[in-house]
Design a binder for this molecule. Structure first.
Ligand SMILES: [Zn+2]
Ligand SMILES: [Zn+2]
Length: 309
């Protein structure tokens, strides 16, 4: 147990001495997320410590993750991009990985999407409609792709989007895990993920190193962010930033920004008593989202492409 009083002070930064207690990873993440999610889901489902309506969502999540894990384990070893290019992009303040890097997995993508859609109960997706170039079309214009597929099949857009994103995630997670360690001591000051450019799903207050990390639910990267700061609008005025907690959700809080009216849920590591898993913790605390939205706040949004427009 650490004395929280001692940890309130922000540390000056990483020491160059690897054994120094001041050393902490600025960019980190979950190495084998699908395994971890599956085990944790089984644990939650076994305990039954959730509200009834959530069971269906957790079951459906489990089905998808099981397929993701199976594919992740049989993924051919392909180098998607050189270390020099990812470093160059990162140093230029843009995410290290881009969707087009994954075109090397084009032939793996369509069957994986099909597997996930079938497991989600979608009617047999027509392989011709999905096409061999599904990944290229997904990268090019996801909105257009969704419209085209929805028109010629009876898959709904939400199921389709989950199928596409979950398949893409298998390749992304693999590549992110391979490069992430190279950025462990780098500073990233943006609200979006340094590795894939997605906005943060949640935050994590680390009681071990006293830092606040934002977490990406797509590639499972975490990066340090100022505790007094809104990742969505950059507001650092403490009088406009606050949080609320709910008694039933020990280890969780909801950070709110009164400037952009956004919120982000966060976990408090010591109180949670297990590792924070963004997808799972987000699902498990859906009631906190309802509380936040009923107070007029919306889930904050930011992404790399959003910055450009
Ligand atoms: Zn990411
Ligand atoms: Zn804000």
């Amino acid at each position: 147990m650490q004395d929280s009083g001692k940890n309130n002070k922000e540390k000056p930064g990483a020491s160059t001495d690897p054994l120094s207690p001041e050393r902490f990873p600025r960019i980190t993440g979950i190495q084998k997320p699908f395994e971890l999610i599956l085990n944790s889901l089984d644990d939650i489902l076994k305990k039954g410590s959730y509200w009834e309506e959530l069971k269906e969502i957790l079951d459906s999540c489990r089905t998808i993750v099981e397929i993701q894990l199976k594919h992740a384990e049989s993924l051919p070893e392909l180098s998607v991009i050189t270390n020099e290019i990812v470093r160059e992009r990162f140093d230029g303040n843009t995410p290290a990985l881009r969707k087009e890097d994954f075109l090397v997995y084009e032939s793996e993508f369509t069957p994986l999407v099909k597997d996930i859609l079938l497991a989600m109960g979608a009617a047999e997706p027509d392989t011709e409609t999905l096409g061999d170039d599904l990944l290229k079309r997904f990268i090019g214009n996801a909105g257009e792709l969704l419209d085209e597929i929805i028109e010629s099949t009876n898959i709904d857009d939400e199921t389709l989007l989950i199928g596409l994103n979950s398949a893409y995630q298998v390749f992304l997670v693999n590549a992110a895990a391979q490069i992430r360690d190279d950025f462990e001591q780098d500073v990233w000051e943006n609200g979006f993920c340094p590795i894939c450019g997605t906005g943060p799903e949640m935050g994590r207050i680390s009681t071990r190193d006293g830092h606040y990390y934002l977490s990406c639910a797509l590639c499972f990267t975490e990066w340090t962010y100022p505790r007094i700061g809104c990742p969505f609008c950059g507001n650092d005025n403490h009088s406009e930033l606050a949080y609320f907690e709910a008694e039933e959700y020990k280890g969780y809080r909801v950070n709110i920004c009164r400037k952009c009216n956004s919120y982000i849920k966060a976990t408090i590591e010591d109180d949670l008593n297990r590792r924070h898993i963004p997808v799972l913790d987000a699902l498990y605390t859906l009631e906190l989202d309802s509380s936040a939205t009923s107070e007029g706040f919306h889930h904050g949004e930011i992404s790399f492409s959003g910055i450009d427009s």
